[in-house]
Design a protein around this ligand. Structure first.
Ligand SMILES: Nc1ncnc2c1ncn2[C@@H]1O[C@H](COP(=O)(O)OP(=O)(O)OP(=O)(O)O)[C@@H](O)[C@H]1O
Length: 324
């Protein structure tokens, strides 16, 4: 388990991480979400003892990183900026790490096999594609067979096959009872991978919730309607106790009702409908709403951007969310 308690990091006047308290538990994939600059990498660096907190504490299975004798046996990490030695072979890179952490050499061969790099073990990482480099970084993280794994934006720059592979690997590690903490700025990616979510914005905790709960609370469903008898439709909806929202372009949206109910209500009143469809706001939109005030660098004047506090109406989610 990873425990953060009041964790704070300031760089001069900039507070990158602001009194962050949460726990990352074993047996599930925990997604660490936040817009660019939210403080995810800084938090992960503090967990690994690479940045010193301005305040608060981090504990890894109850201990500070600096007190772990052979840290790779407790926690393995893939950080964006962690480079391996380009001039040594993949095998020797891992062997050096293994020797420094008193890990048997047999693990080097094992993890290279696990990440699918056995055939290129003698090659130097500088000749590797981005995906191969990520796999080698993951092999390094797995080397000490740690119970805790941390991945910072692991799918960045990967092709679909690589993304699929990393997702399955993270799920398998969690299913094995390990603690898996993975950062991303993409809700859509997390929805496919994470069981639990920790969301931050401007270094502050915005949400600490199960993915199922987040989906249930944020995937608003509604019915979208268009009719040439708009005024009569509005009256009929009002008489039925329904309050539609005007989405512009003649479109009405009604929450908390099924298409069947609206269709029958229109039919009973002899009202023609030109559109009647069930819609669901995507989790990406919910995430954007949640973090809207916390986005560090925001594009202004984007006509496609949803207005603050309101989803982009009229869009059916193509979101392949679990259990939705
Ligand atoms: N060494 C540093 N010196 C000064 N400011 C820093 C330093 N490292 C990070 N920051 C600032 O702290 C904030 C948090 O950065 P961090 O990289 O942790 O965010 P992030 O959530 O990982 O973002 P991204 O998704 O873009 O990687 C940003 O405003 C960043 O500019």
């Amino acid at each position: 388990m990873i425990e953060l308690d009041g964790l704070t990091k300031r760089f001069g006047a900039k507070t990158a991480v602001d009194h962050l308290s949460c726990q990352v538990r074993p047996g599930v994939v925990t997604g660490f979400l936040g817009p660019n600059g939210a403080g995810k990498s800084t938090t992960m660096r503090m967990i690994l003892g690479l940045d010193h907190p301005t305040g608060g504490t981090v504990r890894i299975d109850g201990r500070h990183y600096r007190d772990l004798e052979e840290p790779l046996k407790y926690i393995g990490a893939l950080l964006e900026a962690r480079g391996l030695h380009g001039g040594r072979s993949a095998y020797h890179n891992l062997l050096c790490l293994a020797q420094a952490n008193r890990i048997p050499e047999s693990r080097v061969t094992a993890v290279l096999g696990l990440v699918g790099l056995s055939a290129v073990a003698k090659k130097k990482p500088k000749s590797f594609s981005m995906g191969m480099g990520q796999r080698l970084g993951i092999a390094a993280a797995l080397l000490g067979d740690p119970r805790i794994l941390m991945f910072d934006e692991p799918v960045n720059g990967l092709d679909p096959e690589g993304i699929h592979w990393i997702r399955n690997l993270m799920k398998a590690l969690a299913a094995d009872g390990r603690t898996v903490f993975v950062s991303s700025h993409l809700m859509s990616e997390m929805a496919l991978t994470a069981d639990h979510l920790i969301v931050i914005g401007q270094g502050k905790l915005l949400a600490d919730t199960s993915m199922a709960d987040f989906i249930q609370r944020n995937s608003r469903s509604y019915v979208r309607l268009r009719s040439p008898d708009r005024e009569r439709l509005l009256d009929a909806l009002a008489a039925g106790g329904l309050t539609p929202a005007d989405a512009g372009g003649g479109v009405l949206e009604v929450d908390g009702v099924s298409t069947e109910e609206v269709g029958e209500l229109a039919g009973r009143n002899g009202i023609t409908l030109h559109e009647l469809s069930a819609q669901r706001a995507s989790l990406e939109e919910a995430f954007m709403r949640m973090t809207a005030d916390a986005v560090e660098y925001q594009a202004h004047g984007d006509p496609a951007a949803p207005p603050p506090g309101r989803p982009r109406w009229g869009e059916t989610s193509g979101f392949p969310a679990k259990g939705v």
